[in-house]
Design a protein around this ligand. Structure first.
Ligand code: MIC
Ligand code: SF4
Length: 756
């Protein structure tokens, strides 16, 4: 048991009193999300109502989670604070840096060699700051958290956007940038705009080919990639209670794809069963004792339209399986419509590969259901038409899947089991032939399907579906196959139909015996030192960013005006570049290389206003920086959607991009920009986007009067001598303006540390 039971017990002991006080002071029944948020306010004195979607509040999360690709920068920043231990329990997970190629054993061996320097750094720094360190091969951060650390009613932040997965176990778990993790590990309050709360009422019961994944695929279609921005999605209703805990986690996991701050389910018996089956009966017993405080007040679920800021309803009995994509997770198509829609859009119909697993879908239920489909295909003498791969979420689940025969079944139909890691989900798939950039289709059970994300090939059309649907499509080799109605032809030329998937939500035989891969802090600080080789390609100690000089920004050339979707994958690509996540200078060479220049429709080819040449974005940014010139980036909607990676904000800061002006931001990226000291602005009139020309220069004025809610005046100088004045909005509060002035939020912590 890794959890500190004493801490959880004392939190639960206080809950009844706290909830009574909240209800009295707020004068209304509370949603479950509100209960968790209010019970984690940094300062609980004078508890009062916070206006949803408007007021900032400071929170005290119970724990922090980090994965290897973001932990490097988070901990490099933490080192700069001069603290000697993390103020809250924290963990680091080595999962993102393992490339999937041949199979688990070989790929892990390679990763341990190739990433040795980074793993050594992380292991030593975790030891120094009392952080749990999960070695490569132990599993994917979110699966390990669900299996070991999550608890109902708790609050946590993590340096990965899918931290939200823990909502499946009743936790408010939020994805953040590393600088936010530094705040919490330094013992400071963690600031968040108090979210709006979307209620999703689930009725009915899943059946046949439909699974929990289809709930969120449907929600993604309804809300779109930005519909959840600034919101918590709270699921409830009799349908919610029929879902397994891991199914709930899948739904919460992909809430990141609609931009939601997080998603959550109130505590129920499915969660209790999951806690018991993962060796945490003591927690489920404690939770049972405060059960009414780990869900919303009854009035809320009885009259949801009165208490939620927005309400959706989904009948699970009528829900169809969905396939979402390509290139965006909110393009939702019911399986029955795929024939028509795929042909209409000219999507490649042949499925080249089916990939299951990932942090989103590698539960016992997922693997058992997918294995039942695979076994059925074998029994019916079907040939599997596509490549088929499995990435288990953790060593625990892998060992159970092996013990219970699922892996053998997958291997028998030709599947390859990859290491317990992110692998193909984050471009860490060394796919044969991907370099040829052929137009092709793959189907996976992961969560994101942005261009290039799976195998680095921009022409790979990636579709997201449940593991059982992915398995069926891999068997059929056809995107338009509908297992609910369609037949396949087997080796004997007979027409056969796949049986509906069957599985169990939890293993009957309980936990498997396995090597967890956890390194707990030794506690012996005297012999610990964290070394960074000054000549390293992969790690670089950080230099503080410069303090704002007190002057307006004048004559900033436009670096790039981005057209259309600009996710963090476009801003700071993963895959190959993951290896530079601990080296700000080196990784800055990927800045914006995936973004489309609105003036020529090309990627990584922009005008250098000084030389007049067209060059790659990082080259032009470095040229401006070397010439002592700052620059500005312009973009469209939901800018910075997707990942929590703060490299997407640190790189522009490092390259002297002083402002980012867009139509709208995704939450985590906007905060990351603010924290790193880049001005994050939105067009007051979004139509002003069209006024921006390739050769423009910008004056950002009135910065000495920079204040909350006050628009910022920008003078745009066109090359022909004309100028136009436009206005920008921002969402900075007083404290965040101080981050800007100090050069970064971290600079403020360092200053206060020096003073104390
Ligand atoms: C992702 O799914 O995009 C990642 C890779 O897990 C990222 C984190 C990262 O970029 O390191 C995320 O979701 O935050
Ligand atoms: Fe890893 Fe993919 Fe999950 Fe991100 S979404 S944590 S890359 S498995």
């Amino acid at each position: 048991m890794l959890l500190n039971v004493g801490l959880i017990q004392s939190f639960y002991d206080k809950l009844p009193h706290l909830n009574r006080e909240m209800r009295r002071n707020l004068g209304k029944p509370l949603t479950f999300s509100e209960k968790v948020l209010y019970s984690h306010l940094y300062d609980k004195k004078g508890l009062r109502f916070y206006e949803h979607g408007a007021e900032y509040a400071d929170f005290a999360p119970d724990r922090v989670a980090m994965q290897d690709a973001t932990a490097q920068m988070a901990l490099l920043q933490f080192m700069m604070t001069g603290k000697d231990t993390s103020a809250v329990p924290a963990s680091v997970h080595c999962d993102h840096l393992i490339t999937a190629k041949t199979g688990a054993v070989e790929d892990l061996r390679t990763a341990n060699v190739v990433n040795k320097e980074v793993y050594d750094f992380l292991s030593s720094i975790c030891d120094k700051y009392d952080i749990d360190f999960w070695k490569p091969g132990a599993g994917i951060i979110h699966q390990i958290i669900l299996e070991n650390y999550a608890f109902p009613g708790g609050m946590m932040i993590g340096t990965d956007s899918h931290t939200v997965n823990a909502g499946g176990l009743g936790m408010i778990a939020i994805g953040v940038g590393g600088a936010d993790a530094v705040d919490v590990m330094s013992g400071m309050g963690w600031e968040l705009k108090f979210p709006e709360i979307i209620g999703v009422k689930l009725t009915g019961k899943l059946n046949g080919w439909t699974s929990a994944k289809d709930v969120i695929l449907k929600v993604a279609g309804l809300l779109t990639v930005k519909g959840g921005t600034g919101c918590i999605i709270e699921y409830f209703g009799e349908g919610a209670e029929t879902l397994s805990c891991t199914g709930k986690a899948t739904i919460c996991n992909m809430g990141a794809e609609v931009g939601a701050t997080c998603s959550v389910f109130g505590y129920d018996q499915a969660m209790s069963r999951y806690l018991n089956s993962t060796g945490r009966t003591v927690i489920s017993d404690l939770a049972q004792g405060v059960i009414e405080h780990l869900t919303a007040d009854p009035e809320v679920y009885a009259n949801p339209e009165k208490y939620f800021d927005q309400l959706l309803e989904i009948n699970l009995s009528e829900l169809e399986p969905y396939i979402n994509g390509p290139f965006t997770p909110d393009l939702a198509t019911p399986v029955s419509q795929m024939k028509k829609i795929a042909v209409q859009n000219g999507w490649p119909l042949k499925v080249e590969a089916g990939l299951i697993g990932s942090c989103t879908n590698s539960s016992y239920e997922d693997l058992s259901r997918a294995a039942s489909v695979a076994a059925d295909a074998m029994n019916k003498n079907l040939v599997v038409k596509s490549l088929f791969t499995i990435t288990p979420g953790s060593e625990q689940i892998r060992a159970i899947a092996e013990r219970d025969g699922f892996l053998e079944t997958f291997e028998k139909i030709g599947g390859t089991v990859f290491a317990n890691a992110c692998g193909p989900c984050i471009g860490q798939w060394d796919r044969e032939g991907a370099g040829k950039k052929e137009i092709n289709t793959v189907v996976h059970s992961f969560n994101r399907n942005f261009a290039k994300r799976t195998d680095g090939n921009p022409n790979t059309h990636a579709f997201v579906a449940s593991p059982e649907i992915v398995t069926a499509l891999a068997i059929a080799g056809d995107l338009t196959f509908n297992p609910v109605t369609d037949f396949l032809t087997n080796r004997n030329g007979e027409k056969v139909k796949l049986a509906e998937p069957a599985g169990l939500d939890l293993p009957l035989k309980g936990l498997a015996v396995f090597e967890s891969g956890l390194q707990v802090p030794s506690g012996d600080k005297t012999r610990l030192s964290v070394k960074i080789n000054p000549g390293s390609e992969r790690l670089q100690a950080l230099d503080p960013f410069l303090v704002w000089n007190g002057h307006d920004f004048e004559g900033l050339p436009l670096l790039i005006k981005v057209k259309g979707k600009c996710t963090t994958d476009h801003i700071s690509m993963a895959g190959f570049w993951l290896k530079y996540r601990g080296h700000l200078d080196n990784i800055s060479d990927n800045y914006m290389i995936g973004a489309v220049n609105s003036f020529n429709g090309e990627t990584n080819n922009i005008l250098n206003q000084i030389t007049g040449n067209y060059e790659p974005v990082p080259q032009v940014a470095r040229f401006y920086k070397a010439s002592g010139v700052g620059s500005i980036v312009v973009g469209e909607e939901n800018f910075g959607e997707g990942s929590s990676r703060e490299h997407a904000a640190m790189e522009p800061r490092f390259l002297n991009v002083l402002a980012v002006l867009v139509k709208s931001f995704a939450r985590i990226h906007e905060t990351n920009l603010k924290k790193q000291g880049v001005l994050a602005l939105t067009f007051s009139d979004r139509d002003d986007y069209v006024r921006i020309r390739e050769t423009d220069k910008f004056d950002i004025t009135g910065l000495s009067e920079f204040s909350p809610r006050k628009k910022i005046k920008i003078v745009v100088h066109h090359a022909n001598g004309e100028e136009e004045t436009i206005y920008a909005n921002h969402s900075y509060n007083e404290a965040q303006i101080e981050w800007f002035k100090a050069g970064s939020a971290l600079n403020l912590i360092r200053i206060s540390k020096k003073r104390s």
